[in-house]
Every structure is written in C-alpha cells, then in structure tokens.
Design a protein around this ligand. Structure first.
Ligand SMILES: Cc1cc2nc3c(=O)[nH]c(=O)nc-3n(C[C@H](O)[C@H](O)[C@H](O)COP(=O)(O)OP(=O)(O)OC[C@H]3O[C@@H](n4cnc5c(N)ncnc54)[C@H](O)[C@@H]3O)c2cc1C
Length: 451
C-alpha cells in the first residue's frame, strides 16, 4: 500500500539560484498503481503542503497523501516569489486576505523560530514620492490600523533617509514587522512535518481525473470506503474519501475536471525581476514599496532584499502566454487559447489597455523599468542592474473582467462535488498566510466532510 510509504528529503536549497526547491521522492524503485488514503491534497505548493500538514497534525489516525505534478515541490508560485512576509496593510478590512495575512505572518515567524528557519525582520517602507500620493498613503495607514497591523507609523522625509539613506520620498508608511524568508525552505519544513507524521508525498503525479468509483465496483468493500479516484495519465490512482485541491495556476482546471465550476478562471501574469549588482546592494536596507495603484491587485515594483544578500527589483505584471512560462518566449497553445477566448480577459484588457502596454514596454526595456525605480532611489542606474528571475501569478478573473481579489475556497454539488474542496484563488500574500489558510481549510474540511 502506498500509504505506508514515506518520502525522502534530499538536496540542499541554493538560496540564490533561480529555483532549487524541496525534493521529495517516493522510496523504492516503483510505486504501486493503486493506493488508498482518507484525504488527497492535490498540489505541492506552500498552500497544499501547509494544508496537508495541518490536517495530519489534527487527525493523526487518518491517512493523507499530497500529489504533485512536478518532480520538485514548491516549483511554481511558492518557489518564484518576492519572499516577503507581509504584515497585512493593504487588504480590505474584514476580508480573508486581511485576517489570514495578519494571523499568518505571526504564525510564520513562530514556525520559523521553532524550526530554525532563517528570516529577517528588515521592515518595509511604503513611500510616497509625490504630494498627491499622500492621501492614498494615509488611507493605507488607516487600513493597516483597522487590520490590527502592529507598530505602523507615518514618517517624513528625514526619517525616510535615516532608515533608507538612498531613498527619496515625501512621506512613508513604516511597517517594522514586515520581513523576508525563503519560502522554499518553509515548504521543505512543512514537507518534513507531513512525512514525519506518517503522510505520503507523491511527486510526478499529474492529476488528470477526479471521479467517483464506477457503479460496478462501488459495492465492493474498498469502493464503499474509498469512493473517490484521483488519477494521473500514467494509470496510477489514489482512492480516497475526500479531496482538497490547491492547484495554484491550475486551480480552475482542477475544479473543472472534478465537475465543479470552471470560474473564476485563472489568467497567468508573469512578473520579471531585475537584480542589483552585488556592489550596489548597499543602496537598499529593507523593503521599499510604492504606494499601490488601487485599480490593480499587484503591489507595484519594489526593492526587496533576499535572504542570500541579493536585492531584487520588481516584479512587473505582463500577461503570460503559458501558465508556467517563466520566459518571455514561453508559449502554450492551450493556455493562450484558454486566455484569449475568455470574455473576462478581453474585458480586462479593454479596461486597462494603456497600463498593459506600459507594463509590456517596461518588461522589454530595462531602462524603462529602472526609470520607474529611480523615483525612489535616484542614484540607481541601468548599469547597476541585471535581468533576474521571473514568477507567474495565478490571477483569478470573473467573466466581467473583474479581478478576484480575495482568497476563494469552494466545492461543488453532486456525488463528487460534495467530496471536494477547491482552493480557487490563493494570490499574494498566500505564502505569508499559508499556515493561517491551512487552519481555515482544515476546519472547513472537518465541517464539510465530518472528519
Ligand atoms: C511574482 C510573485 C511574487 C510574490 N510575492 C509574494 C510575497 O512576497 N509574499 C507572499 O506572501 N506571497 C507572494 N506571492 C504569492 C505566493 O507566492 C502564492 O500566493 C503562493 O505561493 C500560492 O501557493 P499555492 O500552493 O497556492 O500555489 P503554487 O505554489 O503555484 O502551487 C500549486 C501546485 O499545484 C501543482 N499542480 C497544479 N496542477 C496540478 C495537477 N493537475 N496535478 C498535481 N499537481 C498540480 C503545481 O505544480 C504547483 O506545485 C507572490 C507570487 C508571485 C507569482
């Protein structure tokens, strides 16, 4: 039985490499075609791993499997992000994002302390460089207070210089509890917890079917106990009672294959980073962010120190032609067709055509991106930066072209739909919030499925 099988953790994570995430492989040369467990979690990103960990810690007598399509865990959004532990300033008071970010950040720091995972509470300044940004900055301050973000304060130009000597600004919101961490390390620690608690992690298992057992086998003992089949194209299957999907960029497709709603749809947005040359890293001490444009869900290009001492600048946001396409030229006919035939995306493009063109221009020309960054650090020049890695965001969109801003979790109806819970939208700050999201999903699973 696969259930009894444990995973092996191997390989160290080079913090500065584009991505060398956690590696878990099943022990043994071959795995069985067929195994059983109580709950399957689809998706080995930080949300899926945190969820499986929480479930297994709460229910040690039940069996859990994580199935992940890649060879490595945390290969996508969880391994391609800014690495910021957000404090919870931006989000609408009362929203899931606001609640789960504030709680998640605190849980994340505690977890890192407990596991010895390095992090830095280097703080963050959200900087207004023009007078007309001040009202929006003050509104953010109020919002942060409503969200119970601790120790926020508004500071003037002199204090900005004290904290960030090379940064220019008229006013800033100082968030001292914002930090940085390598989320791949956090994901790796979650995996260790899962395996130590007796869970199973199966990599290279791309789910292409979630269905009920056939009528003919439903009355067999196993068919009655494990009525849901999670299968891949290699003919392997895990039979289980319940499924939780945490598919990131593929959350809509996973929902669709289980007969649940394909909406909200996911549209991929690539974000490219520039990297400061090592001899110029002195220009940045902590996180420096712009005052965000309220029309967009992205926080704007920022300066972010990394745990390895590098400093990343970015990311921008351009429509990607492939869901997991990290390079400008990456193209998938299926993903492209899916995006352009979706009326929601066409409406979004129509509403934001100038912003979109601007982002594509800045993605193509480093000079244009540096110019945007010079608003904050005038001393920065094109010769100080190199092109860096990219990430792809899973942006959920409704059919009217509205960006779905908050976290979304839902199931379906009917035999299969009532046994599945989908994490439909887990955008930034879901890495920060992962432990709090996991607590919420685990409680939802208990309530829905009577675990
Ligand atoms: C550029 C960028 C910067 C960001 N910066 C931050 C930040 O600073 N702080 C922060 O808190 N958040 C940040 N985020 C957001 C954060 O990274 C994500 O919200 C979080 O990683 C989402 O985790 P996830 O597990 O839902 O998704 P993912 O990490 O994408 O994981 C989903 C997993 O599901 C797997 N999967 C998909 N389909 C299948 C299938 N059919 N079968 C099996 N497996 C499947 C995928 O391979 C993948 O491993 C950023 C995101 C991006 C893209």
């Amino acid at each position: 039985m696969l259930r009894a099988r444990r995973g092996l953790i191997r390989g160290a994570c080079a913090l500065c490499a584009p991505v060398t995430p956690t590696s878990v492989t099943p022990v043994g040369a071959r795995r069985e075609q067929h195994s059983t467990c109580n709950v399957v979690v689809v998706g080995g990103g930080i949300v899926g791993l945190a969820t499986a960990r929480e479930l297994i810690l709460r229910h040690p007598s039940l069996s859990f499997s994580v199935v992940e399509k890649e060879k490595e865990l945390a290969s996508h959004q969880s391994g391609h992000n800014s690495g910021v532990i957000h404090s919870g300033i931006y989000y609408t008071p009362g929203s899931l994002k606001a609640k789960l970010c504030v709680k998640g950040a605190s849980l994340c720091y505690d977890y890192c302390d407990q596991k010895g995972i390095p992090y830095k509470k280097c703080g963050k300044l959200i900087v207004a460089v023009e007078q007309d940004e001040i009202p929006r900055l003050k509104a953010l301050y109020e919002r942060g207070l409503q969200n119970n973000v601790r120790d926020l304060k508004l500071i003037g130009a002199t204090e900005i210089k004290e904290k960030e000597p090379y940064c220019k600004g008229v006013m800033a919101l100082d968030s001292p509890h914002t930090g940085i961490v390598n989320y791949r390390e956090v994901a790796r620690a979650f995996t260790t917890d899962i395996i130590e608690a007796g869970g199973t992690v199966l990599t290279e298992f791309e789910v292409n079917g979630i269905e009920m057992v056939k009528e003919s086998s439903a009355d067999s003992l196993e068919g009655m106990k494990y009525p849901v089949i999670v299968r891949n194209s290699k003919g392997e299957e895990v039979r289980c009672q319940y499924v939780v999907t945490c598919g990131g960029l593929f959350s809509d497709r996973l929902s669709e294959i289980s007969g649940c709603s394909p909406e909200p749809r996911i549209v991929p947005f690539r974000g490219d980073y520039l990297v400061l040359k090592p001899e110029k890293c002195y220009l940045v001490k902590g996180n420096i962010y712009p005052v965000p444009n309220p029309r967009f869900p992205f926080l704007g290009v920022h300066f972010t120190p990394r745990m390895d001492g590098n400093v990343w600048l970015g990311p921008n946001a351009v429509l990607a032609f492939k869901r997991e396409g990290y390079r400008f030229c990456d193209f998938s006919a299926t993903d492209f067709f899916d995006s352009v035939t979706f009326s929601g995306l066409r409406k979004l493009i129509f509403k934001n055509v100038y912003f979109g063109i601007g982002e594509m221009y800045r993605a193509s020309y480093i000079n244009a991106q540096v110019k945007q960054l010079q608003r904050f650090i005038p001393e920065l020049s094109v010769s100080d930066v190199l092109r860096g890695p990219s990430g792809v965001r899973a942006q959920a969109l409704d059919r009217d072209g509205n960006l779905v801003d908050d976290f979304v979790f839902d199931g379906g109806t009917g035999a299969i739909g009532s046994r599945v819970l989908h994490v439909r939208n887990a955008p930034s700050p879901a890495a920060t919030s992962s432990l709090a999201i996991a607590e919420m999903i685990a409680s939802e699973v208990e309530q829905r499925f009577g675990l």
